[in-house]
Design a protein around this ligand. Structure first.
Ligand code: NAD
Length: 324
């Protein structure tokens, strides 16, 4: 997010001085996918590497800020200035009375956590188990409560993150170092399993030496062990939402379990544009607080240190906010 310094000649909705929050997928607002609520698949924002296949190294989706060249090679927002293409489509103007911190996470992690829950279409009363209690998992926990869950279970090997989840989101917690997570979830749900499981970890979970050997032999990047656990822990006919990122093929994909249990699976980059206005209103109306997950605020000049603290999980780090 930031303050508009300059606008291109076609921009109608923004002017110099507006403070805006900018969703991370870059969307033209006019193509087939933008018109079908699927802005992370915009056909016009990734000039070099867009395509229908979604291969490992080409034919990817829409442009994304601060991602790889495969997604358009756009510079990210952790900078003094950022160029925002199609600026009439995505940015949302922030009213003066709201702080940066209140709305910052509308650009990415709150709509991402929201997507995971929205994809599962809760009717009310569901048990939702969320693997990963980092920023995205914490936001999914908030979304689960707002959408009517009766119980929210956070799973993470880091106790300080579980403590944070308990404190800000009043969830139950499970640490895979301390309990058999799948069995514990079944015990909490009359033996059936959770109605919804969310993978908010992706291909980079904590890994042991066996996980690493398996990945090397199979030419896999990271591991899908968390997803495997989600498929086991969800109840028959339940839903698994995957917002954690995966970028390579994985052998032994448990198709048998998915078929036998009749699971619904939904995944991908979050369609932020579908939700941003509704979520903005929730924040404005004090129906959700997002900035309670911030643990560190640093000047942009200390960005390298911010990444180090976050990567190494130092100083109970959950979320770093950088101030230019
Ligand atoms: N789909 C999207 O649009 C979208 C948007 C933003 C982020 N993401 C992705 O979401 C994922 C999470 O992002 P984040 O910022 O919260 O990252 P993070 O690394 O802070 O959080 C991941 C958490 O998973 C925990 N974890 C590791 N192994 C685990 C295991 N075996 N079981 C349970 N938890 C385990 C870690 O301790 C950590 O707390 C990443 O893959 C990120 O790229 C996706």
């Amino acid at each position: 997010m930031g303050i508009v310094e300059e606008v291109g000649p076609s921009v109608k909705n923004l002017k110099k001085g507006d403070r805006v929050v900018v969703p991370f997928p870059i969307a033209c607002g006019q193509c087939f996918f933008c018109n079908h609520g699927a802005s992370p698949h915009c056909e016009n924002s990734n000039y070099e590497n867009y395509g229908p296949s979604g291969n490992v190294a080409d034919e990817k989706g829409a442009g994304l800020f601060g991602y790889t060249d495969l997604y358009g090679g756009y510079s990210g927002g952790q900078a003094e200035y950022v160029r925002v293409p199609y600026a009439d489509i995505s940015p949302r103007i922030v009213p003066d009375e709201m702080t940066d911190e209140q709305v910052l996470f509308l650009s990415d992690i709150f709509p991402t956590g929201w997507s995971a829950i929205d994809w599962a279409q809760l009717k009310g009363g569901e048990v939702v188990a969320i693997f990963g209690s980092g920023p995205v998992g914490l936001m999914a926990q908030k979304a689960a409560w707002i959408n009517g869950a009766s119980r929210v279970i956070a799973i993470d090997p880091l106790n300080y993150r579980l403590e944070k989840a308990k404190k800000v989101n009043k969830v139950d917690t499970l640490n895979p170092h301390e309990v058999d997570v799948v069995q514990a979830i079944r015990d909490m749900t009359g033996g059936r399993g959770a109605d919804v499981c969310v993978d908010a970890v992706g291909f980079e979970p904590e890994r042991n030496i066996l996980d690493k050997i398996k990945a090397t032999i199979n030419f896999e990047k990271g591991s899908m062990k968390v997803l495997d656990m989600a498929f086991e822990a969800v109840r028959r006919s339940g839903t698994v939402s995957i917002v954690g990122v995966y970028g390579s093929p994985y052998d032994n994909f448990p198709m048998f379990r998915i078929f036998d249990k009749g699971l619904t699976i939904k995944q991908g980059q979050a369609p932020v544009l579908n939700y941003v206005d509704k979520l903005f209103d929730l924040v404005k109306q004090d129906k959700v607080v997002l900035d309670d997950i911030i643990t560190h605020t640093l000047p942009l000049s200390e960005v390298a240190n911010g990444y180090k603290i976050f990567d190494n999980k130092e100083d109970d780090c959950v979320k770093v906010v950088l101030k230019p």
